[in-house]
Design a protein around this ligand. Structure first.
Ligand code: TTP
Ligand code: MG
Length: 351
């Protein structure tokens, strides 16, 4: 029997802002990208702001309409990454098998001979007292159930789903809570009147297989709370990328290239920090009418150099941008990554 904890920090970006500026505490707070009059988007909102219906990914303009008294602060990724690192390091001190899955979320596998409930509660307490952040933690026998359980008891929640009670725990929850049952899947499931995860568990697996193929089997197992995916402690990025939506669609080549060079520098920085070089550089262009093109170039020698990445991106832009069309969004990505040590060996043998 496995013991898996899922931990997710509560209103993470907003909580860090409150921690650094206690005057914000308990006030409706929105952390946002962009400005309220342009194409600003809510990254997250404090629970005090969520009461008004504000949520992540909502246009900032709409959030301000729902909660005009909210305090709005800009996203500061560097600060959140640092706090995220502190949390993950603290967890690794308590138990080493940590799989981080996003900036504020991770799984921890606890060996069978240790008291997972006690360790989970210790984690929650120490994150609060030593780092000043609230989180929610769930304990279950697998990743899927612990993740769903965690989201069901937010914020500042703790829950342990006893072994053997997975299906019963999931049964009353809305089907939206099941990761992997996206909009398209849910629309198809309407045929069987599926509203809860329990409703899904009752649909005969053969019928699910007929509709969803292999995924049908997965859906059935998931609805019963069965999942044997392992904890992956060593994570390798498949790609590193940056993108930017302009406040206004633009044909200003100088401004676009400047932006591209800045983003290339950030991509290079991230590659260097993670210890990778990229073989392929990808340019993404989205025009004002939302048509999107991606163009790529594969390099003779892998690189993590800002100037080299910037040059590639600029060359791709000059070759592929139809200048009569204004650009809404531009992005640069580094793909086909190899670890720096092997990159060195490669250029060594090539040289
Ligand atoms: P979440 O864990 O999804 O959200 P949260 O921590 O703000 O709130 P809670 O977990 O209590 O529901 O995401 C973590 C952070 O990621 C969030 O604080 C801000 C960022 N984020 C975005 O920038 N855009 C998004 O659409 C989402 C969902 C999150
Ligand atoms: Mg969170």
């Amino acid at each position: 029997m496995r013991q898996i904890l899922h931990l997710d920090l509560d209103a993470f970006f907003a909580s860090v802002e409150e921690l650094l500026n206690p005057q914000l505490k308990d006030k409706p707070l929105i952390v946002a990208m962009g400005n309220p009059n342009g194409r600003g988007v809510v990254s997250t909102a404090s629970y005090a702001a969520r009461k008004f219906g504000v949520h992540s990914a909502m246009p900032l303009r709409e959030a301000v309409r729902l909660c005009p008294q909210a305090i709005i602060v800009p996203v500061r990724h560097g600060v959140y990454s640092e706090h995220s690192r502190r949390v993950m390091n603290l967890l690794r001190e308590i138990s080493p098998l940590v799989e981080q899955v996003s900036i504020d979320e991770c799984y921890v596998e606890i060996p069978p001979d240790r008291d997972a409930a006690q360790l989970g509660q210790e984690m929650q307490q120490r994150i609060k007292t030593e780092l000043g952040l609230d989180c929610t933690i769930a304990l279950a026998t697998n990743k899927l159930v612990s993740k769903i359980a965690c989201s069901a008891v937010k914020p500042r929640g703790w829950v342990a789903v006893p072994p053997g009670h997975e299906a019963a725990f999931l049964a009353p929850l809305a089907i939206e809570k099941l990761p992997g049952a996206g909009k398209v899947t849910r629309a198809k499931l309407a045929r069987w009147n599926v509203r809860t995860i329990g409703d899904l568990a009752r649909v005969p697996v053969e019928e699910l297989r007929k509709e969803f193929g292999k995924n049908g089997g997965w859906l059935h197992q998931a609805a019963l709370g069965q999942d044997d995916s392992p904890i992956v402690t060593e994570w390798k990025p498949k790609s590193v990328s940056q993108e930017n939506t302009f406040d206004r669609d633009t044909r200003n080549a100088a401004a676009i290239e400047k932006n591209l060079v800045e983003m290339s520098a950030r991509v290079a920085h991230e590659l260097a920090r993670e210890g990778y070089r990229a073989r392929t550089i990808v340019l993404k262009l989205r025009y004002g009418d939302f048509t999107t093109v991606t163009r790529q170039v594969t390099l003779a020698a892998p690189t993590a150099d800002a100037a080299a990445i910037g040059d590639c991106a600029q060359r791709l832009l000059r070759t592929h941008w139809n200048k009569s069309r204004p650009i809404r969004l531009i992005g640069v990505g580094a793909h086909n990554l190899i670890e720096t040590s092997s990159a060195r060996q490669l250029s060594f043998s090539e040289g």
